[in-house]
Each structure stands twice: as C-alpha cells, then as structure tokens.
Write a protein that binds this ligand. Structure first.
Ligand SMILES: NC(=O)c1ccc[n+]([C@@H]2O[C@H](COP(=O)([O-])OP(=O)(O)OC[C@H]3O[C@@H](n4cnc5c(N)ncnc54)[C@H](OP(=O)(O)O)[C@@H]3O)[C@@H](O)[C@H]2O)c1
Length: 277
C-alpha cells in the first residue's frame, strides 16, 4: 500500500476509527492521517490515543487530503458536504463513503459533481481486524485509487468489489448487518441451553466458541458449508433432528425475508434522503 497519501476521516466515529487503527497497525504514518468530529473531547481522545491529526475543522482536514473517508451517519451527510464541497472541487480527492443509503450520484451532486467516489460497506468486526467489506467504484475512480481503497479496507479484514451500485445494498444486508444476525443466533442458542439446564456462563462460552470454530473450519476447509453441515448431520443422529425442525419452520425463508427487509429499508433511506436535496 502506498504510504505517502494524505487521508482524512471526516466524521470519525466507531467504524472509521477501526479503519484508522487498521492503517496504523499496518505501519501507515500517523502524520499522514487527519480525523474530524464536531466534539472536541472525541478528537482530543483520538489525538491522545492514536497520535493522528485531529480537529473540529472539516474544511482544513479536507484541504490536506488526497483521499477523504466520509464516516458520518446517512442523515448527517448532506449538511456535512456543505462544509467541504468547495475545497473538494478544488482538490479533486478520492471520496470514500461508508454511509448506507447514499448513492454516488447523490453524493456527487451534493459535492458539486464530477468526482471519483467509492462506496464502501464495512462491518464492525473491522474493530478486531476481522472485517468483511464490499466496495463499489464509480466510473471516475482510476486503478491506483481503487488499489488504495482496497488496501485501506484490507488493513482491517477482507474486501471484495461489486460492479453494480445496487449490490452495495445486498452487501449491507449480508455482511454489514450480518454480525447482528450471528449475535442473534448465538443469543438464541445460549438462551435455549440455559432453559435446558446449562449454567449461563458455560452456555455463553460454548456458543461463542462454536460460532468461531464453525467459521474457522469453513474458511480453512476445502469443503463448502453444505458439505460440512452434512458431515455433522449423521443419519438418524441428534443433529439431524434439530435440522429437521429448522427446515419444517422454514429457517432459510426467514433469513431471506429478513435480508429482503434490510434491503428495502436501505432503498427507502435512499428515496427519503434524495427527497431532502
Ligand atoms: N456500524 C456498522 O456496522 C456499519 C456498517 C457499514 C456502514 N456503516 C455506516 O458507517 C457510518 C458511521 O457509522 P458509525 O457506527 O461509525 O457512527 P458514529 O460512531 O456515530 O460515527 C459518526 C461520527 O461522525 C461525527 N460527525 C457527525 N456529524 C459531523 C460533522 N458535521 N462533521 C464532523 N463530524 C461529524 C460524529 O461525531 P460528533 O457527533 O462529535 O460530530 C461521529 O463520531 C454510517 O453512515 C453507517 O451507515 C456502519
């Protein structure tokens, strides 16, 4: 990864801070990183803990940057772009936005048009360097900018590209929200084990280690997940009985319906935020 690029994280909350930590862990020079938030205390703490340049001044941070990561909530994006549109038009940096529901076209319009924009959909396991990010680049993004955006996300896990912008909403419903689905499943397994008599602590450690082990095995094995599932599910065995109940209650259909609802909400957000223009 090129380490001479000045990068500004405008709106540096939970998610962006994990990207900054990943960059620093990969040996990126802290002098080349700027972060901003409106809150002085948050910036002071980022300065104290990470040693990066931190301030409340979005314009000044944008002025330094070859790459700008926009890390605010979707509803905060349009007002933020007013602070930085003029300097962005002057400097033409690569823009990377992590906001759900904001299209490259909306962002480009708010920032004055004709910009290289990457939409990124990371997830919170980035906080422990096990993130999974989906990326989409608009037509103005050049190869070296794509490489930089990819390396930035690879510093906290893995990254894949999608070639249609609408697929970013699918990525959001899969890996963006996905950690919550797995937490929900783990919670349900823990609660069931406690109801069936296991102490809470033991139920928790067994459920968590099982989730980690299943994922690690699936990543490292040459078998696909269906084959691995069949290997655990001996005919007439106990697992088979559990899977039979999941099938009868249409577990795959429930998951698909949930993901479709997440995508519908992302599309609704896009429509709502576009109307506010
Ligand atoms: N969390 C996830 O799993 C996930 C996954 C994929 C994508 N995303 C996207 O990531 C984005 C950020 O999520 P997050 O969880 O990191 O939220 P967050 O912790 O609330 O971060 C947003 C940051 O932006 C700052 N901010 C707000 N308005 C600002 C402004 N005008 N100028 C400068 N800074 C400003 C906030 O600090 P102040 O209030 O002090 O300004 C805050 O630190 C969202 O758009 C979300 O859609 C999240």
């Amino acid at each position: 990864m090129k380490k001479n690029v000045n990068i500004a994280f405008i709106g540096c909350g939970n998610l962006s801070t994990s990207l900054v930590r990943g960059l620093l862990a990969s040996g990126y020079p802290k002098e080349k990183i700027w972060v901003t938030n409106r809150s002085f205390d948050k910036n002071q703490s980022l300065l104290d803990t990470l040693g990066v340049n931190a301030s409340e001044d979005n314009y000044e941070a944008a002025k330094q940057a070859d790459v700008i990561v926009l890390g605010v909530k979707p509803q905060q994006m349009q007002s933020l772009t007013k602070d930085i549109a003029s300097i962005i038009q002057e400097k033409q940096p690569l823009i990377i936005s992590v906001a759900i529901g904001i299209s490259t076209e909306m962002l480009s319009n708010w920032l004055g048009g004709d910009l290289a924009i990457v939409r990124s959909m990371p997830n919170t396991p980035a906080l422990v360097s096990a993130g999974a990010s989906g990326l989409y680049a608009n037509a103005r993004v050049v190869e070296s900018q794509k490489e930089f955006a990819e390396s930035l996300h690879r510093a906290v896990g893995l990254a894949i590209w999608v070639n249609q912008e609408s697929l970013i909403d699918v990525v959001a419903a899969l890996s963006g929200s996905g950690p919550a689905y797995f937490f929900y499943m783990i919670e349900a397994m823990q609660q069931a084990a406690v109801k069936l008599g296991l102490p809470e602590k033991e139920a928790s450690v067994l459920a968590l280690q099982t989730a980690l082990g299943a994922s690690k095995l699936a990543i490292e094995s040459e078998d696909d997940v269906e084959t691995l599932r069949r290997k655990v599910t001996s005919p007439k065995g106990t697992t088979e009985q559990a899977i039979k109940v999941f099938d009868e209650r249409q577990f795959p259909g429930i998951i698909e319906a949930g993901m479709r609802a997440a995508i519908a909400r992302a599309q609704e957000l896009t429509t709502l935020l576009a109307k506010e223009e």
